[in-house]
Design a protein around this ligand. Structure first.
Ligand code: ADP
Ligand code: ZN
Length: 732
């Protein structure tokens, strides 16, 4: 075939976890650009891929062995900036580029152009002349609406035959509509709020950066309630006004959890008149396609999304914002393990536009960059308007121990009572879902654990079940101890939010309670309803996990009680203290955000712990300096480089064998240190045994090369999987 037609060689990347690109031939007359979508044969299948390189240097495969490209899709090519980004992420995370490409085009219906559809509009002059069934259709109609015959039938409760009859009689008139409705344009003429002096200064800085059309990273730090959102809205406004290319300017805003952004979306609508385009894993295939198409056409101007939005095919990115940049949810922990915040900086760099990292509690990584001048540093030190930062106090639980099986100390109970008496709202924070984190047998001491993981089962009383929070396994709460058979001797141990709610209900039976935890709320709609109902003060006491810390603004909320401030400080995570401080500072930031002053009480057994002291004194600098020193001493990020290598498999011996084998071949050099292998803290997960190495290296070491040389030459057997996590942030 190749002998008969002139052909050109090209490389195609397939969205598969293969190592790299594959060579193909294409007819010389096929108009191809880098980034084009093509279909190609591979081992008897036909697959869709992306042209990665045209006329590449010759490879080992002789031309007559190469297969032909079957066709090219009539789609816009993926923008160059996205292609470079995919290669960059793949190289940095040591992932196959195909696995990264898959994230960028995981739009099941991207390859179908939206179809035209025929809908029908009612055209009836005199309803009195209609048959009873047709009259039902007429009665169901509202205004000028156009529906499919099927939808009409459903709405009116008649058979489709009736509707076909009406179509024939001209009583229903066809209208052609395009499949996907366009997204409305943001309105740039709406009045902005009057900014305070420090807000205005920061906003001016960002407007200048946007107008400069080049990369620059900034930290926008501000106490909770300082109005960071209003400030970066000004930057978005500026970006939307820019006209530097044929394609309209676009903005990407990353948020930690899109389901928790109801209030943010409302504020966006107030400022820009329309909703932004949202992107997250919960979209339906049709919604995904609509958004993806709008982005690649440059028609989606502002996209707000989870970390996966980084891989959307923006044509003209003018600004990237990462809200709550310290949030650990930006890290993807499976498949391609990347940190959304770090990759956002890379994405902005490649798009030559500014990136704003916003937080009241910035990560140490970002603070170090700000301090060294690598990032600009904008600081808002005052809450907006008359609101003051809340008053923070520690309750020493050694001095005020609650009764057995209870969790609220006397001082916290009193504060709750007073707050409720004043008609204000209380938030009790405990980052533990369910009723009790552990169930044990009083007869033999047996603890109920997951059959697939090295983890306790968590009781969820409302469902009457015990659940594993790692793999999703669940079972009925048994009556008898599975170990010794004793009847009715299983007791819950320790508190979860449900149990605290039970205690509060016993103390304040009149108070309206709500539990806010991810498993209590079925999706964005329910979360929005709950947030709105709290804001309307239809709830007196909120008992919540970390999902309540997400930037919410509840004007009547004046007391925050942290049930266990020590939770999270234990364990081998080098960021345990930093993260606890961030979480508690954020939850504390929910108190007193309007006129009424707020108060925060931390229940702790360690009132002298640096984290607690930093919170109480408001002097976070001393704490962070100490954290930074400690990390520098340990040569941990951001002062050194770190990677985790996790080996896992169902055959324990095979995992162990590979671990020992790798240990023998481990690189040894002055600036690289390998710790392990050791059983991972979660040594058994979803039926797989897990061992872990930690690789520590100096800042200038190319840790990817070290890992490649070490790991990629090893043959894997016995179904053992090796996962590499560059810059790990969780250590499970
Ligand atoms: P942060 O994100 O820094 O915690 P927000 O942006 O949520 O703070 O602002 C806190 C509250 O103050 C919000 O209700 C916001 O609408 C309001 N606010 C902030 N700045 C202004 C301003 N300049 N004019 C009017 N309201 C403002
Ligand atoms: Zn499990």
């Amino acid at each position: 075939m190749t002998g008969l037609f002139p052909a050109r060689r090209l490389q195609v990347l397939l969205p598969l976890p293969l190592q790299g690109v594959l060579d193909y031939l294409a007819p010389a007359e096929m108009p191809l650009r880098r980034g084009d979508f093509v279909s190609v044969p591979l081992s008897g299948r036909i697959l869709q891929g992306v042209v990665w390189a045209l006329d590449p240097p010759p490879s080992e495969v002789p031309e007559n062995k190469l297969k032909q490209v079957l066709g090219r899709f009539e789609l816009p090519a993926l923008p160059e900036s996205l292609l470079t980004f995919i290669d960059w992420v793949a190289a940095y995370t040591l992932s196959p580029p195909g696995a990264v490409l898959k994230m960028a085009i995981s739009v099941p219906r991207a390859f179908q152009t939206p179809k035209m559809r025929t809908l029908y509009r009612l055209a009836v002059d005199n309803p009195d002349e209609l048959t009873p069934a047709r009259r039902k259709v007429w009665a169901a109609a509202l205004g000028d609406m156009a529906l499919s015959l099927k939808d009409w039938a459903e709405l009116a409760g008649v058979g489709e035959g009736t509707l076909r009859g009406m179509r024939e009689a001209g009583q229903l008139q066809p209208v052609e509509v395009a499949g996907d409705a366009p997204f409305p344009e943001p309105d740039l003429r709406l009045t902005a709020p009057v900014l305070s002096r420090e807000q205005a200064e920061a906003a001016r800085h960002f407007r200048d950066l946007v107008r400069a059309h080049r990369f620059r990273a900034s930290l926008l730090e501000g106490v909770t309630g300082a109005g960071k959102t209003e400030v970066y809205f000004e930057a978005i406004h500026e970006a939307l006004q820019q006209k530097n290319k044929d394609s309209p300017s676009q903005v990407l805003v990353l948020v930690p959890e899109i389901a928790l952004t109801a209030q943010w979306l409302d504020r966006f609508r107030d400022r820009f008149g329309v909703a932004p385009v949202v992107w997250h894993s919960g979209l339906t295939p049709a919604q995904r396609r609509r958004a993806w198409w709008a982005v690649i056409r440059g028609q989606a101007r502002v996209v707000v999304g989870a970390r996966s939005a980084l891989f959307l095919p923006f044509q003209n990115l003018m600004l990237v914002v990462v809200d709550e940049e310290h949030s650990p949810t930006y890290k993807q922990e499976d498949g391609v393990m990347y940190h959304g915040r770090d990759m956002a900086v890379v994405r902005a760099h490649q798009a030559a536009c500014p990136v704003i990292l916003a937080s009241a509690t910035p990560s140490l990584e970002t603070l170090v960059n700000a301090e060294s001048g690598k990032y600009d540093w904008l600081y808002l030190g005052e809450r907006h308007g008359v609101a003051e930062l809340p008053d923070m106090t520690a309750i020493d639980m050694r001095a005020h121990p609650p009764a057995r099986g209870e969790w609220l100390s006397a001082p916290l109970r009193e504060a709750v009572a007073e707050t409720l008496k004043r008609g204000e709202q209380v938030l009790l924070y405990l980052n533990r879902r369910g009723y009790a984190p552990l169930t044990l047998c009083r007869a033999c001491g047996h603890r109920l654990d997951c059959p697939h993981c090295s983890a306790w089962l968590v009781e969820h009383k409302k469902q009457g079940r015990l659940q594993c929070h790692h793999c999703g396994y669940s079972q009925h709460r048994p009556r008898n101890c599975p170990a010794c058979g004793a009847e009715d001797r299983l007791i819950p141990w320790g508190p979860g939010v449900e149990r605290v709610a039970e205690e509060v209900h016993g103390l304040f039976p009149e108070a309206r309670l709500t539990v806010m935890a991810s498993d209590e709320l079925a999706g964005p709609g329910e979360i929005r309803e709950m947030v709105e109902s709290i804001a309307r003060h239809e709830v007196d006491v909120i008992i919540g996990t970390q999902i309540v810390t997400k930037g919410y603004h509840f004007p009547d909320l004046t007391l925050v009680g942290v049930v266990d401030a020590d939770l999270g400080l234990a364990g081998g995570d080098p960021r345990a203290a930093e993260r606890t401080w961030q979480q508690l500072e954020q939850v504390a930031g929910r108190a007193g955000r309007a006129e009424k002053p707020g108060k925060v009480l931390f229940q702790t057994h360690m009132p002298d712990h640096p984290v607690i002291r930093a919170l109480i004194s408001g002097d976070r600098n001393a704490f962070l300096e100490q954290e930074a020193e400690e990390r520098e001493h340990q040569r941990m990020p951001p002062y050194g480089r770190l990677a985790a290598v996790i080996l896992s498999g169902t055959d324990h011996q095979a995992v162990l064998r590979l671990a020992r084998h790798l240990a023998q071949g481990a690189p040894r050099s002055g600036d690289v240190m390998i710790l392990g292998p050791a059983p991972a803290p979660l040594s058994y997960l979803r039926g797989r045994h897990r061992y872990r190495f930690l690789v520590k290296a100096g800042k200038t070491v190319n840790i990817q090369n070290v890992l490649k040389n070490w790991l990629f030459s090893t043959r894997l057997d016995g179904g053992v999987r090796v996962q590499v996590d560059i810059d790990p942030i969780s250590f499970f």
